[in-house]
Ligand binder design. Structure first.
Ligand code: NI
Length: 171
C-alpha cells in the first residue's frame, strides 16, 4: 500500500468532473487501497479519487477512525438516490487544509454504488456518514465544500486561505 499525496485547493484538477469506472480490475483495487491508506494517514473520514489526481468515480469513507476494518466503505460510481431532512455541520476537507465551515446538507441519505467487484450495493446513512457521503460525491462533480458557502462567506474564505498559504510558504 502507498500513501499518495493529496492535491490542495486551488489545484484546477479538483474542479473537474470524474468519469464513471468501467473496469473492475486489480489496478482499481490498488487505487482504492492507496486511497484508504492515504485517508487514514491524513487522518480523514473520507477521500475521493480526484483528491489524489485520479478523475474517476471512486470514494472511500470511514467515520470510525480505523478501529474496525469492516467500517471502511469503498464506493465505486456512487450516487445519492434518496435524501431527507436538513443538517448544518462544520466540515473540513483534506484538499482545503486548516479551513472549516458550516455547510447545509441532507441529514439522511441513501447511496447506491458498486463494490470493487462491480456488484451493486446500497447504504443508508445519517449524521457524519451521511454528510461525508455527500461531501465525497461532490468531489466527483468538481465541487468542494467551500463552493457551497454563500458568496460572502466564500470571499472571506478566499482571503483567509490566501493568507494561510502565504504563511505556509514563509515557513
Ligand atoms: Ni473533501
Amino acid at each position: 500500500m502507498a500513501v499518495r499525496s493529496i492535491l490542495h485547493y486551488p489545484e484546477p484538477l479538483l474542479k473537474k468532473m470524474s468519469v464513471p469506472v468501467t473496469r473492475f480490475d486489480d489496478e482499481l483495487k490498488q487505487l482504492a487501497q492507496d486511497m484508504a491508506e492515504t485517508m487514514y494517514d491524513a487522518p480523514g473520514v473520507g477521500l475521493a479519487a480526484p483528491q489524489v489526481g485520479e478523475l474517476r468515480r471512486l470514494i472511500v469513507l470511514d467515520c470510525s477512525g480505523k478501529e474496525n476494518p469492516a467500517d471502511l466503505i469503498v464506493a465505486v460510481n456512487p450516487e445519492i438516490i434518496a435524501q431527507e431532512g436538513e443538517s448544518c455541520e462544520e466540515e473540513g476537507c483534506l484538499s482545503v487544509p486548516e479551513y472549516y465551515a458550516l455547510v447545509k446538507r441532507f441529514s439522511s441519505v441513501t447511496m447506491r454504488y458498486q463494490d470493487l467487484d462491480g456488484k451493486p450495493q446500497q447504504r443508508q446513512a445519517e449524521g457524519l456518514l451521511a454528510v461525508a457521503m455527500q461531501h465525497e460525491i461532490d468531489h466527483l462533480q468538481g465541487v468542494l465544500f467551500v463552493d457551497r458557502l454563500s458568496p460572502l462567506k466564500r470571499s472571506i474564505f478566499r482571503k483567509k486561505y490566501q493568507k494561510l498559504m502565504k504563511q505556509r510558504e514563509e515557513v
